[in-house]
Design a protein around this ligand. Structure first.
Ligand code: UDX
Ligand code: UDX
Length: 456
């Protein structure tokens, strides 16, 4: 039985995952190590560096009991029997495969660090999303590096979504563990199954070969992103034909074979995973000579790009073909509600485009204003940041909702309207509000994939 677990990488994935493991396995000592000392200090103080509903409470249960955060990665490796690797694997920005392939330098550095410092047989669990067959490469590094110790590599992709991470970890649809077919691979798989089985029903713990596990993660995210791009493609047709994408989604989703989740049209998907994982998949296909398959998946990203551009084009068109000098209040910058994360948020490109049109973009968000400042640090003119949504809208020509924060549902829009320029435009990029109600107040309303309500 495993008694000492380490996770390298205290980010959105590593932190919450280990908090939940520690909570359910009080007899297992769980250490989370990260090279960033400020992040570590924040976690260790019980005040996590990321915003996630229920996270602080989940950490509080075990912190100081069997959960600990440290920046001494080497020492933590020496003490561990099972090591999860959850360091970031962004898309490469340089060299071969730039813009598509995963940048594996942190993963490999971490693997070599494990190799140098491990003292006993170690199970290495890949948690970071990686291109298929990375585990094999890591296995080679371990096998060639030391003959005195046995390393077993497992793939245990994470399916949690931000904003619901703790709920997803507490009761996951499935836990996926990929291991080698060898006796030692199967034994290691069983060790990890035993950990999850403390709180996850056994039938939800799926075991496969390593490559199937790696590919399943990429394919699952590609399928989810594809649904978003599909409904967004439908939303463009709706706007041209007068159909309502909410009705269409309701009808499509009533078919049990399709299901009603993930059919919300909007300004496009964001987040650290979807685009990166599809691009990984595309790169993998190209490497394998499967060019038609690569093109197929690539269109999911192309459609997402189109949706963001389309949103801005429409704003320009209806606002009399010029945004220059006009104030636009952007409600929400996070890539989705209930997170402060702005990675790949559609708001980034939309705000950049608006600023390029010489609009004055005033951004508000309950959790992501720091992220917004960082994401737009190089935009010299035309963006400001304002925690109060009412102030953001003061003197504005238009309001654009880019994140579906629940608090934006209950703002006093009469008050918002009363302080705006006329005509007042409302672009609901997430179909968060009732367009009829906004129209009654006086706004000219442009939802996504639904008929406009306008007096112009
Ligand atoms: C990351 C990856 O982005 C994702 O592909 C994967 O599925 C899981 O891990 P996330 O947890 O959201 O997701 O990343 P991030 O919040 O950036 O956390 C990574 C952490 O690893 C950071 O805190 C970073 O300081 C740390 N890190 C990075 C190390 O400790 N060592 C390194 O060498 C590199
Ligand atoms: C996703 C996967 O859901 C998760 O299983 C995986 O582990 C990591 O990637 P996450 O990126 O946190 O999780 O959020 P998710 O809820 O999947 O949303 C991704 C993006 O799609 C967001 O920008 C969201 O606004 C958008 N989206 C989602 C839509 O536009 N419409 C929808 O119907 C659903």
């Amino acid at each position: 039985m495993i008694n000492r677990i380490l996770c390298i990488g205290a980010g959105y994935v590593g932190g919450p995952t280990m908090a939940v493991i520690a909570k359910h396995c009080p007899d297992v000592h769980v250490v989370v190590a990260d090279i960033n000392p400020e992040r570590v200090a924040a976690w260790q103080s019980g005040n996590p560096p990321i915003y996630e509903p229920g996270l602080r409470e989940a950490v509080g249960v075990s912190l100081g009991r069997n959960l600990q955060f440290t920046s001494d990665v080497e020492r933590a490796i020496r003490d561990a029997e099972m090591i999860f690797v959850s360091v970031n694997t962004p898309t490469k920005t340089f060299g071969q495969g730039a813009g598509r392939a995963a940048d594996l330098q942190y993963w490999e550095k971490t693997a070599r660090n494990i190799l140098r410092n491990a003292r006993g047989p170690t199970i290495v669990v890949e948690k970071s999303t990686l291109p298929v067959r990375t585990a094999e490469a890591m296995d080679r590094i371990f096998k060639n590096g030391r003959s005195d110790l046995h390393f077993e590599v497992l793939s245990n992709p994470e399916f949690l979504a931000e904003g619901t991470a703790i709920a997803d970890l507490e009761s996951p649809d499935r836990v996926l563990i990929g291991g080698a077919e060898t006796p030692s691979g199967q034994a290691a798989t069983q060790e990890l199954v035993d950990i999850y089985a403390r709180w996850v029903p056994r039938e939800r713990i799926l075991t496969t070969g390593i490559w199937s596990a790696e590919l399943s993660k990429l394919a699952a995210n590609a399928f989810l992103a594809q649904r978003v791009s599909s409904i967004n493609a439908v939303s463009a047709i709706c706007e041209q034909t007068g159909a309502d994408v909410l009705d269409v989604a309701r009808v499509i989703g009533a078919d049990q074979r399709i299901g009603d989740q993930f059919l919300r049209a909007g300004v496009g998907f964001g987040g650290s995973c979807f685009q990166k994982d599809i691009l990984n998949l595309v790169y993998l296909c190209e490497q394998a000579g499967l060019h038609d398959v690569a093109r197929y998946w690539e269109t999911v990203v192309t459609m997402n790009q189109y949706q963001k551009e389309r949103f801005v084009r429409r704003m320009i068109r209806v606002m009399f073909n010029t945004l220059a000098g006009k104030r636009i209040a952007v409600l929400g910058f996070a890539f989705k509600a209930n997170t402060g994360d702005t990675r790949e948020s559609p708001a980034i490109e939309i705000c950049r485009e608006l600023a390029a049109e010489q609009a004055h973009v005033c951004i508000t968000d309950p959790q992501a204003l720091d992220g917004a400042r960082r994401a737009l640090a190089d935009v010299e003119h035309g963006v400001t940041f304002e925690p109060d949504p009412y102030k953001a809208a003061e003197g504005a020509h238009a309001v654009a909702v880019l994140t579906e924060w629940p608090e934006y549902r209950t703002l006093d829009y009469q008050r918002v309207y009363s302080r705006m320029e006329r005509p007042a435009f409302f672009f609901d990029g997430r179909n968060l509000l009732d367009p009829e109600e906004l129209h009654r107040i006086g706004f000219n309303v442009y939802p996504i994939g639904r008929p406009d309500r306008t007096d112009l």
